[in-house]
Design a protein around this ligand. Sequence first.
Ligand code: HGY
Ligand code: MN
Ligand code: MN
Length: 426
Amino acid sequence: MVTLRINAERLRADIEALASIGRSPAGGISRTSFGPADALAREWYLARCAEAGLTVDVDGLGNMVVRAPSDTGRPAPVCSGSHIDTVPNGGRLDGALGSLAALEALRRISETGIELAHPVRALVFSDEEGNYGHLLGSAGLRHGYGRKQLEELSGRDGDRLVDALVAAGYDLDEATRTRVEAGSIHAFVELHIEQGPIMEERGTEIGVVTSIVGLAGARVEFIGSADHAGTTPLTRRKDALLAASEFLQLLPGIAHDISEAAVVTCGMISVDPASQNVVPGVAHLTLDFRDPDWDRLQQLAAAFEQAARDVARRRGLHASWRPDSMVEPVPLHPEVRAAIAAAADGLGLSRMDIPSGAGHDSQNMAWLAPTAMIFVPSINGKSHCPEEDTSWHDIENGANALLATLLALATEEAPVTGPPLVAIAG
Ligand code: HGY
Ligand code: MN
Ligand code: MN
């Protein structure tokens, strides 16, 4: 058995350095994919890789794949990684931890020159936070995007993905060629913060993630009539915001009737025109909804759309519903989970099985390679906000569990014989 530990000081310095890029005045970190802070973070990351003598390939969607110069890709590599983009005013660990721990693991492996049966690679996926599309970079690796599909994707600010890609120096033809064949990766492991309160409440050091929730969303518009706020009687208005408000109040009840595990969120709302003295003519909403069950996720989508149409009709307005592409819930791979559990046990760390209510790139990687995830506790369960944090002790434990898992997979001490998800699900 190969025993190796990460360099905790170096990992901490990296986490702190990356956290200084994209600091927002509101106290958190804003590194929207393909924006200026994301570009600086990528530059910083590439410099860390160069400093360590590692080679980086960047694909047409900006996914970064890091390898030792001796790695020819044969036999198939064991990969690990996460993302360095953030939500607006987010925390310093969501994605950053798994990206930097994977780099640290690869650095330790390459500086010690351990003999492995499979090379180890570190990955950083683009736009995991879905400014332009749920788990954009890993979705590209999984199924590829055609030019028309890329052209249809737009971000929170209404900007088009293709314009953002071109402005950031990417080639759109290359973007459409981004794809990985199922089976070309031996195994994939992602370290991530839990982003919820359960591990901390139980005092558990390592989470062995069993499954990842299904993700869906939509852009909804209520189209009424803009009118004078002083002269239009309340009975004669077609107020788009009031319709939106009635619709939003219905959503938790609809969700609960379909599934006790479902969650639904409206995180963005805007009206048009936006003026204190004008009745809103149009209200634009974004919805995010999730469920661990694929059929129920589709039922939720149908029920929410119907509710929007019913509210609009009752009030004499129109509703439009533009669905995001849905991401299926996935079970994680039993053999990779077993490798994580054995690594935690070998390090003397307490562990528990835990499902993920957050989305992750592993959700796409599971279709390409046997995949599993490691969680570490989140302080007060906070995430997607500036308070997001994990103790340095838990970070070190998680990174060591990741390194031990990667080594066990890469030396074949932990055999992975099972197929990726496509065959399990089939
Ligand atoms: O939204 C999510 O679950 C993830 O953090 N992208
Ligand atoms: Mn996130
Ligand atoms: Mn994340």
